[in-house]
Design a protein around this ligand. Structure first.
Ligand code: GTP
Ligand code: SPV
Ligand code: MN
Length: 580
């Protein structure tokens, strides 16, 4: 008797016609063999093994370097269930159109069956998925990013309850690229891309788009959030979950190193990109469903993120970075400045005089979380960690203060729902354009965001002590374009205020937008930020906020009847306070 999984694998093989089928067991020997095969086909390039043991470079197709939001679809029976925040295709149309692209797509290739677990091995919150792929790069990346192979098959047994992901590189043409989600069938189809968020289906496709749909049905939250524990000199640890849009600082905040002035503080990493939060014992408890980091390379160095520099020194895959003659990776903003010569991310000769970027702005590394020196002892805790604060942050050169707090849960949901941020190189579209990105989930919410706001509002009533909600912005710029706030490790100063607020240990000033710190309550000892700059970072520009409110209003309007009354009321109340 075959299992539901075996029957589905046979069905996919029948359509895609691979020359061989390999079931991944997740072992080191299997990983090593796949790496050797990819070195032989030049899919991977070996890096300097003395300096970077177990590290390899992958250069992707130059047309396939970031998520493609315009080619990403929700395929729900009812179009309104996908909402104005998603591209939509009807399931029958999607199956016909994209099914044709899968037909015979693996003819010259091996089909890898990749069973994976999202979440700690014995956590009740973890989920099994299986990704079928014809990309060995995807298979080895999944071994870093998830608990892959036997561990997932053991958990699945003969059950038919798993997320099904079918992936093929196809011909890598954006004209024949589709990333489709069928939440009603817990199924993902992805064709035509080998890039992380499009191809590592456990990550954005399963753990956010499909999981957010499941979370609404089951009463939990699947969010684009880092999870971090702040330990104070007293030994008290407070856990924070924070949502920032792609390439806006989650990884960096998750593993920040306290500044020298902050002896006795420790920052513990639980996760850097995705949080699954479940109500338990009157609180929200968060797990990190992932086992690795797929992090942004540019800007990473031993000052901004020493923990990540330590993590990526071994057993890591680098994608679309530059290669020095010594066989080491290079990207803009790395320690030591640019090398005199290198091969750029496309393998072309490059020098600092070339006038182009050596590494792609969205070049990334894939690296095991357990190698990170700041991993929390609780990062694989089956019960997750209790979340005391939720932080929403965007990349905003103007207007948005360094930090402020919501008046209550409902206002906090409104603050998340009205977040906007400048777009980044993580997706293929214009960079630096301010767009509304509620809860940093605009590209990842697997259903109508009007319903999503309603779900968030309800979640606040499901726990006796809901987290307190904050907004932050590390990216305010002065007139000369330089950052007003030093960021990175110094962000701990802001987290300290948040922690103190959560424990009722510091006051705040009421303003029309929320509760703002009194300037004296952000510790500036040991940094070069003047009191005047801090006051500028905390100031409220009423005229600017009224303009922002108009943009918010326009965005929220799209959701029509699906927009909860509470959000409408918060919007009206904000405008009223700003005009008062
Ligand atoms: P995704 O993996 O795309 O979801 O991104 P992320 O939110 O984890 O972003 P990440 O931490 O990788 O940061 C993206 C870029 O922002 C990098 O180039 C960082 O160096 C930069 N960055 C992160 N934190 C700060 C900060 O506090 N201040 C400034 N100025 N830049 C920052
Ligand atoms: C993001 O774009 O938010 C990422 C990278 O974390 S990807 O996995 O490609 O989505
Ligand atoms: Mn992300």
């Amino acid at each position: 008797m075959s299992t539901p999984l075996e029957r589905w694998v046979d069905e996919c093989a029948g359509i895609t016609r691979p020359k061989a089928v390999h079931w991944c067991d997740g072992s080191q020997s299997e990983y090593d063999r796949l790496v050797r095969e990819m070195l032989a086909t030049r899919t991977l390039v070996e890096l300097n093994q003395q300096e970077y043991p177990g590290c390899y470079l992958h250069r992707s197709d130059p047309n396939d370097v970031a998520r493609t939001e315009h080619l990403t679809f929700l395929c729900t029976r009812n179009k309104d269930d996908a909402g104005p925040n998603n591209n939509w295709m009807s399931p029958p149309e999607a199956k016909e159109k994209v099914g044709a692209l899968f037909a015979g797509a693996m003819r010259e290739r091996t089909m890898y069956v990749v069973p994976y677990l999202m979440g700690p091995v014995s956590s009740p919150y973890s989920q099994v998925g299986v990704e079928i792929t014809d990309s060995p790069y995807v298979a080895v990346s999944m071994r870093i990013m998830t608990r892959m192979g036997k561990v997932a098959l053991d958990r699945l047994g003969a059950s038919d309850y798993f997320v099904k992901g079918l992936h093929s590189l196809g011909d890598l043409s954006p004209d024949r690229r589709f990333i489709l989600h069928f939440p009603e069938e817990r199924t993902i189809w992805s064709v035509g891309s080998g890039y992380g968020g499009n191809a590592l289906l456990g990550k954005k496709c399963h753990a956010l788009r499909i999981a957010s749909w499941m979370a609404r049905e089951e009463g939990w939250l699947a969010e684009h959030m880092l999870i971090v524990g702040i330990e104070e000199p007293s030994g008290r640890t407070t856990y924070i979950a924070a949502a920032f849009p792609s390439a806006c600082g989650k990884t960096n905040l998750a593993m920040l190193v306290p500044p020298a002035s902050h002896k006795g503080y420790k920052v513990w990493t639980v996760g850097d990109d995705i949080a699954w939060m479940n109500p338990a014992d009157g609180q929200l408890r968060a797990i990190n469903p992932e086992a690795g980091f797929f992090g942004v390379a540019p800007g990473t160095n031993s000052k901004t993120n020493p923990n990540m520099m330590a993590t990526i020194g071994k057993n890591s895959l680098f994608t679309n970075v530059a290669l020095t003659p010594r066989g080491t990776p290079y990207w803009e903003g790395m320690d030591g400045g640019p090398p005199p010569e290198a091969l750029d991310w496309q393998g072309r000769p490059w020098t600092p005089a070339s006038g182009t970027k050596a590494a792609h702005p969205n070049s990334r590394f894939t690296t095991p979380a357990h190698q990170c020196p700041s991993m929390s002892p609780a990062w694989e805790s089956p019960a997750g960690v209790p979340i005391s604060a939720i932080v929403f942050g965007g990349r905003r050169a103007t207007l948005m203060p360094l930090v402020f707090q919501s008046f209550n849960w409902q206002h906090g949901v409104f603050l998340g729902a009205t977040m906007a941020s400048e777009t980044t190189a993580a997706a293929t579209s214009a960079v630096g354009v301010v767009r509304q990105d509620p809860m940093a989930m605009l590209p990842f919410c697997g259903y109508n965001m009007g319903d999503y706001f309603g779900h968030w509002l309800r979640m606040g009533t499901r726990v006796a002590t809901p987290p307190q909600i904050f907004r932050v912005n590390w990216f305010r710029q002065g007139r000369d374009g330089s950052y007003l706030w030093p960021g990175f490790g110094e962000n701990l100063r802001v987290l300290r205020w948040i922690v103190a607020r959560v424990h009722g240990e510091v006051a705040a000033a009421d303003t029309p937008i929320g509760q703002v710190p009194r300037a004296g309550d952000i510790d500036l000892t040991g940094i070069d930020v003047s009191r005047a700059t801090l006051e500028e970072l905390l100031a409220i520009d009423r005229a600017g906020w009224l303009e922002a409110a108009a943009a918010q209003d326009k965005f929220l309007e799209q959701f029509g009847d699906r927009l909860p009354r509470e959000i409408r009321e918060e919007q009206a109340a904000l405008v009223k306070r700003l005009r008062a």
